[in-house]
Design a protein around this ligand. Structure first.
Ligand SMILES: Nc1ncnc2c1ncn2[C@@H]1O[C@H](COP(=O)(O)OP(=O)(O)OP(=O)(O)O)[C@@H](O)[C@H]1O
Ligand SMILES: [Zn+2]
Length: 720
């Protein structure tokens, strides 16, 4: 199979669902093109293609020619050209709409004053000004036999002119201009909101030179290893680790919570966060482009480029809806005439009758436009994604926003998710017949040091705190969900759950009973054995997250079921579950068992999401309808793999996320109902000859306006 490449284009005027259709059509037959992505917020389009089959520059020319939208390959644009045409590309539509509106108003006024010729001229001007964008696009669509908004509106305007209804034609042209400007404005609004996310990092940094002199340089010139001075009250310009100084840092830009965190030598600070009252000297970990905030912005950008499933369904609906309404419109235009001719005869087919029904048909052509309907979803989705990002919740696409809103249950991993994941050793116990506690700790630490398991690492840390010399283990092998084995001084040892050493045949009856008893105490006991038999066990205790109980209670109030999935032993699991008030719990699960538990739970209770810390729960996260990772600030891995990332190392945003997703879904549904309802109302009025063209367009524009305004409410900064 040929491998694929991706190229990105800047498309001038790409800011609504409508242009997306034009662009899709423009590349449809190009060989080698595999997948298209659209970023309405930044006016970008990405094309995935098979290597060697597509010349991106030629493709840009082709798209420009076929769609009429000026398309340039990113990297090819000279900065000068960008600004030259930009006033027109940004404000051109608004400008022509205003001209059209003024001409229309003048025309109406002159009409009242009885100056009919002058009024007609003004109306004609209003049509031309309102139609400069519309007619060329409509012509292009017609050539490709596409019935889109432009074609329908264009036909309505021409039809009205044919009937001599100049004021109607002018009104339609003007109102359509208004609706287009509104769409562009609403997208510009969302675009700004996302850009604001980026702007949290300052443009300059203060670099400390080798001679100790401080120089102000552009932030994007910082490279890994630079020493950066961050004064009290300043924003941090780059990600890095503190070399000198101590201060509190407000991480709101990243986590959405303005709880200051203490930072001193060795700690990490992030670009975009705000330094408190100390001065810090920081070693940059890399260029600004690699900073966490840049990655978040990149993810949000990519997220809103995709289409949410509701959006896709609406587009499909529009694809059917429009031709049907157009067909009805045509029937309305001809059937009454045919009927009159068949029943009464040729004399009944009068100019008056034709005019009447032709007019009603035109109204229906306008109703056939799916505008408000199509814009209803993307604006809501983009607003929803952007406002979530502002609160430290990174959602990887509209589909996940939608899925979260539909969840019926949430599964939680235990360690690191419902608990802090920082276990401490509370007890080291020797097996019957042994008495060297230090040896148990030393060997366990040697194994724990090799792997990445929290329990093993905690044991190793504890041993070092007691100044025990931890030897290096050889041939370390981890057995996920069970334990690990390895060699210390050529002797093989096993470290793991009681179940693991039972299954490995390494347990002994007396030890078994004592360990069983010990497991009634708080915490998790990890057993250590040699091949000759048990040496002892180490009990570790982890703290529940302080916010966990309240979060679980709130989720229950929101009507969600909760379940805890853990590899830990039954008693510990039960103790944690009852302390926190988790709905259900399953224990002693291997990673694969967690996957089947999620599947089972989903089929019993409906869509189930999974919350984990993204460290060792990847399979279960992947199995869930939506995977939610917490602690984006502390684990970069979570940022890449989970569908939703709570940037703070904290569960409190979870109920907010549920409410937010549900609110977004509700808003989308309201918007759709509104758009469809207003169409239906006009349709019925039109059938009875009670609606005219401007009413139909006004209903469309009105609905678009309300729908967009409604969706933008999601961007409102709220206290929570
Ligand atoms: N590398 C290891 N070192 C020591 N013990 C281990 C190791 N791997 C697993 N265990 C043992 O197996 C049990 C289950 O481990 P596992 O890593 O599956 O837990 P988990 O499912 O991640 O826990 P939780 O569900 O609480 O997050 C642990 O409680 C521990 O006793
Ligand atoms: Zn046993």
């Amino acid at each position: 199979m040929a491998s694929g490449s991706r190229c990105t284009f800047h498309v001038r005027g790409l800011d609504c669902a409508h242009e997306v259709e034009l662009l899709r059509a423009a590349v449809k037959d190009a060989p080698g093109v595999e997948n298209l992505g659209f970023d309405l917020i930044n006016g970008m389009m990405t094309v995935d293609y098979q290597d060697g089959q597509v010349d991106p520059r030629r493709l840009a020319e082709r798209i420009t020619k076929n769609s009429g939208l000026e398309t340039t390959l990113v990297g090819d644009v000279e900065p000068g050209a960008e600004t030259a045409a930009s006033w027109w590309s940004h404000h051109g539509r608004t400008f022509t709409t205003v001209v059209s509106g003024v001409a229309l108003a003048a025309g109406i006024l002159l009409g009242w004053l009885g100056s009919h010729r002058a009024a007609m001229t003004c109306m004609a001007l209003a049509v031309v000004a309102g139609g400069v964008w519309l007619f060329p696009r409509a012509a292009r669509s017609l050539r490709r036999l596409r019935l889109d908004v432009d074609v329908l509106m264009g036909l309505a305007i021409l039809g009205a002119m044919a009937l001599g209804e100049w004021d109607e034609a002018a009104t339609v042209a003007f109102l359509y201009g208004v609706s287009e400007s509104l769409e562009a404005l609403s997208v510009a609004r969302a675009r700004r909101a996302i850009r604001k996310l980026l702007e949290v990092a300052p443009d300059t940094a203060e670099r400390i030179g080798l001679d100790g002199q401080v120089a102000t340089i552009p932030a994007d010139q910082v490279v890994a290893g630079d020493r950066i001075l961050i004064r009290s009250g300043d924003k941090v310009p780059i990600d890095g680790s503190v070399l000198k100084g101590r201060s509190s840092v407000d991480q709101k830009a990243i986590t959405g919570e303005s709880v200051p965190v203490d930072r001193g030598p060795g700690d990490t600070v992030f670009a975009g966060t705000v330094n408190g009252d100390g001065t810090l000297e920081v070693e940059a970990s890399g260029p600004v482009g690699d900073a966490l905030i840049s990655r978040i912005v990149e993810q949000v950008r990519a997220a809103q480029a995709g289409r949410a499933p509701v959006e896709r369904r609406i587009s499909q609906f529009a694809l059917v809806y429009t031709p049907i309404v157009v067909a009805v419109a045509l029937l309305v235009m001809v059937v009454p005439l045919l009927y009159a001719w068949a029943t009464v005869g040729g004399s009944a087919v009068t100019w008056e009758l034709g005019r009447e029904w032709f007019g009603r048909g035109l109204v229906m052509l306008v109703i056939a436009c799916p505008c408000a309907l199509v814009i209803a979803t993307p604006v809501a989705v983009v607003s929803g994604l952007a406002s979530a990002a502002r609160r430290g919740v990174l959602i990887k696409g509209g589909e996940f926003l939608e899925e979260v809103g539909r969840l019926r249950a949430i599964a939680f991993d235990k360690t690191g998710t419902l608990t802090l994941g920082q276990p401490d050793v509370v007890e080291v116990v020797c097996a019957p017949g042994h008495d060297d506690q230090a040896k148990v700790l030393r060997i366990a630490a040697a194994l724990g040091d090799r792997g990445g398991h929290v329990l093993g690492k905690a044991i190793a840390r504890h041993a070092r705190e007691l100044r025990i010399d931890v030897p290096a283990a050889d041939d370390y092998t981890a057995i996920p969900g069970k334990g690990a084995l390895g060699r210390v001084d050529t002797i093989e040892y096993h470290l793991g759950s009681h179940r693991y050493i039972d299954e490995a045949g390494l347990c002994r009856p007396e030890f078994h009973d004592e360990l069983d008893k010990a497991e009634t105490a708080v915490g998790t006991s990890v057993a250590l054995t040699a091949t000759s038999g048990p040496l002892g066990w180490i009990r570790l205790a982890d703290q529940p997250r302080p916010e966990a109980a309240a979060v679980l209670a709130e989720l229950h109030k929101l009507g969600l079921r909760t379940i805890m999935l853990t590899g830990d032993n039954r008693r510990t699991a039960a103790a944690v579950a009852s302390e926190l008030g988790v709905g259900e719990q399953r224990s002693e699960l291997l990673p694969a068992d967690k996957v089947s538990a999620i599947d089972e739970y989903s089929s019993l209770h409906g869509p189930t999401g999974m919350v984990g810390d993204g460290v060792n729960d990847a399979p279960a996260l992947a199995a869930a309808r939506v995977s939610i990772a917490l602690g984006g600030v502390s684990s970069g891995a979570a940022l890449e793999t989970a569908d939703v990332v709570l940037m703070a190392d904290d569960l409190r945003r979870l109920p907010w996320l549920i409410r937010h997703s549900r609110a977004t879904l509700r808003m989308i549904h309201q918007n759709i109902a509104l758009a469809v309802g207003s169409k239906l109302a006009v349709l019925i009025l039109a059938l009875f000859g009670l609606a005219n063209l401007w009413m139909a367009v006004a209903a469309d524009v009105g609905a678009t306006l309300v729908v967009v305004a409604n969706a933008l409410r999601l961007l409102r900064p709220a206290e929570d």
